[in-house]
Design a protein around this ligand. Sequence first.
Ligand code: FES
Ligand code: CO
Length: 325
Amino acid sequence: MVNDVTLKNDWHVVAKSEDVTPGKVLSVRLLGEDLVVWRSGDQVLAWEDRCPHRGASFAQGWIKDDNLVCPYHGFAFNNSGNCVHVPAHPDWIPSTRSRACVQTFHVQERYGLVWVCLGTPQYELPAIPELDDPSYYKCFFGPIHYHSSAFRAIENFLDFNHIPFVHDGRLGESNHATIDDYKVKVNSDGIHVTDLSVWQLNHETGQGEYVSASYDIFRPLTVCLRVRSKVVDEIMTMFFTVTPVEEEKSIVWRWSCINYADKVPEDVFRNLAHIVFDQDVAIVESQRPRRIPLDLEANFHVPSDRSSITYRRWLKQQGVTFGTV
Ligand code: FES
Ligand code: CO
């Protein structure tokens, strides 16, 4: 079991809600652990993928009468994880019930996603008003797989210095690379980056303009970015969360919400986002080490790296170890 208590007690996305369909056993991996996820009534269950009888995987198992059946000896486990049927001994009732029970985890569904906590949940998921606001057009991206630490993927999302280069001609322009000073504040809700002015190509016109950006880094792997036009009432909100699958493997899930959908056709918006994701995946996977260094001496920094310096320092204070060096 993972010994990173901070990440263990946090919520992580393991699947889209729509992919956990009745009658289906889904195999996922979180923090280096194999899990099975399945739906019982209106509840989603996440279990350790190990049968307590002889340790077989449930991945090839099936659901019968709202019980998950282990494929090895056909024992059935109810939605509390208790063994309720042993085909070899139909009348046998387990006397050591605690050992005849699967290890189960906390689950919640929110924002169309299934979130799992392997430990004891310490935090609520952040409220993202735009996701509940019908006046925003919403577009979902993910799963997007990174062969890298989840923190590398988040740091890339926080990093606006790369936009003029990695996304030259798509989101930014290399001849508009300067970054003015901005504010970074840390409180009990996480890190808040404000007053960022970023040169961005306009989705509709293709012309460059300065936009205002702000980040709320609620949890080590859950962030919200808001980008506002300085001239018209146009806002783009991105809710970005990353699953720490392994120390060097992660999955990105992103909701984008815009209040100017009438001006940008969906296919244009989606296509651009996928090109930008491909560019980010390629650059992040090229970073070495794949685990994020939390020792600030490991790299050199420039003034506009302040958000990422704060992020690395904050991760260290939070006691995060999985996926870091
Ligand atoms: Fe699962 Fe025996 S290992 S029923
Ligand atoms: Co990028």
